[in-house]
Design a protein around this ligand. Structure first.
Ligand SMILES: Cc1cc2nc3c(=O)[nH]c(=O)nc-3n(C[C@H](O)[C@H](O)[C@H](O)COP(=O)(O)OP(=O)(O)OC[C@H]3O[C@@H](n4cnc5c(N)ncnc54)[C@H](O)[C@@H]3O)c2cc1C
Length: 439
């Protein structure tokens, strides 16, 4: 979780997984939009780069500051709700764990959420953070109106439309401007009936397309080397809260099993990597049947205290079965020492010059490696394999984007760059990682 206490000049900046760190000379935590404008104007004048960081939950260097770092930790909270239009305007620094309870006061809720809720709204929107559901888009797709401070230090608001700026802002990685306010589409408050169970890999593959269309949210955890997977499904129901005692029991179980026991298993794998596949198989067998119903924002996120690094790719959903069967055949030959399950989700296709879905209904496959274990050969293989399936990496996860390949992933990359140059003519948002892609 982000801590403002660590936000001081001369401090070290690091992301959640600790695979990127830097030492910016200036840390800013503005209290108003006007202050953000002034800070940006100073950087325009002095030609120093400034990068805005959300909760630093990206595994790639997208949020890594170099000369100056800025947080919107002091620009959080609700600005306005339009219940009839089902929209809500927030300061973009609001953390996702704050959004659910705020909206609930108005009988409203987020349309979808991912695995955790420590990110900021701005960070989640800027990278196309997603949950699961073949009819549901990412956080970026929820946006109706963006309020940004441009690279010239001017505050502008832009309503989504069929125009170049909207396409660029959809997934914009802090390159078009600093997102300070955001109006998002929301929906009436709801609960989710959640089930999780162990199932046979091949049976689930055979029914995959049917399952993802019959259930609002479906998520798989594929255990390397095992013929058993964990299938999580969620169904939308009337808003009812889970009894407090049962909630406490379920949370303790999650903390002990998904985090405590898994941490021990991960330490064993780090010590002796050859035990990874047997431990993965054991984890698969340990998956029991679970069921609970609660308000949506209590169900989507899970605690994630075991640290890892991750890469994740979007592929066209109709290629999912072929892809996961190839993954399975490689693990059957025990080619890699991996115990972390591969997480499989789906989303609707969505617009946006840099959206990894490129308007195609997509399956997302996320590959993890325990922090401290060597991920390089595993992720190199993942990268080559996912290219075969036209995979595009999630911007917030480890990726190999570069100016030499960006157009092969994103045919409209140059159109994005035109907008970027227009709104950041002095390149003050362009850190080295982005310079290697967009300069
Ligand atoms: C444990 C864990 C679980 C995760 N689960 C999921 C998941 O379920 N689904 C998924 O899709 N992703 C997931 N992610 C990835 C994560 O959601 C994204 O990387 C997200 O961008 C992180 O949000 P953040 O607020 O930490 O932003 P950061 O990582 O701090 O920043 C991300 C990008 O947004 C930019 N940015 C931040 N604030 C602003 C702003 N105000 N204006 C303009 N640009 C800004 C940054 O400069 C950077 O380019 C997970 C990550 C972790 C560590």
């Amino acid at each position: 979780m982000f801590s403002i206490k660590k936000w001081r000049n001369g401090a070290k900046w690091t992301n959640w997984s600790g695979n990127y760190l830097s030492y910016p000379s200036q840390f800013y935590a503005p209290q108003s939009i006007e202050e953000v404008c002034t800070i940006v104007q100073e950087h325009t004048f002095s030609k120093r780069t400034i990068r805005v960081t959300g909760a630093a939950h990206s595994f790639s260097p997208v949020a890594m500051p170099e000369q100056s770092a800025l947080t919107l930790h002091n620009l959080r909270g609700l600005i306005h709700v339009d219940k009839a239009a089902q929209t809500a305007t927030f300061y973009a620094g609001t953390y996702l764990h704050e959004v659910g309870p705020i909206l609930a006061e108005y009988g409203l809720a987020l349309i979808n959420m991912g695995d955790i809720q420590y990110q900021t709204l701005a960070g989640a929107i800027s990278t196309g953070t997603h949950g699961t559901g073949i009819t549901l888009g990412s956080f970026s797709s929820m946006v109706k109106r963006w309020g940004i401070v441009t690279g010239e230090g001017e505050y502008i608001e832009h309503e989504r439309g069929p125009d170049a700026l909207s396409e660029a802002l959809h997934v914009s990685l802090g390159l078009i401007g600093i997102l300070v306010t955001v109006t998002i589409h929301v929906m009436p408050m709801y609960s989710l009936q959640y089930t999780s169970e162990r199932s046979d890999f091949q049976t689930e593959v055979n029914h995959f397309q049917q399952t993802i269309r019959e259930n609002r949210n479906v998520e798989w955890f594929y255990f390397p080397g095992s013929d058993q997977i964990q299938v999580k499904k969620m169904k939308q129901v009337e808003p009812i809260a889970q009894p407090k005692f049962q909630k406490m029991v379920d949370r303790t179980k999650l903390q002990v099993v998904e985090n405590g026991a898994f941490f021990v298993a991960s330490e064993i794998c780090k010590w002796k990597p050859s035990l990874s596949i047997p431990i993965s198989k054991l984890c698969a067998v340990a998956v029991g049947r679970e069921q609970r119903t609660d308000i949506s924002y209590e169900v989507y996120p899970s605690p994630r205290s075991v640290k890892f690094v991750e890469t994740e790719y979007a592929i066209p959903v109709d290629q999912f079965e072929a892809c996961i069967e190839e993954v399975n055949s490689v693990f059957a030959r025990q080619q890699f020492d991996v115990h972390f399950p591969i997480e499989c989700r789906t989303t609707a296709g969505e617009t946006g010059y840099l959206s990894p879905t490129q308007e195609v209904e997509s399956a997302f496959l996320a590959f993890h490696m325990y922090k401290g274990m060597d991920e390089s050969s595993y992720f190199a293989w993942v990268h080559d394999m996912m290219r075969k399936y036209n995979g595009r990496p999630h911007w917030g996860k480890m990726n190999k984007y570069h100016r030499d390949n960006i157009e092969s992933y994103y045919p409209n990359a140059e159109k994005f760059n035109e907008q970027r140059r227009m709104y950041d003519p002095h390149d003050i948002f362009l850190t080295s990682y982005f310079r290697n892609i967009f300069k």
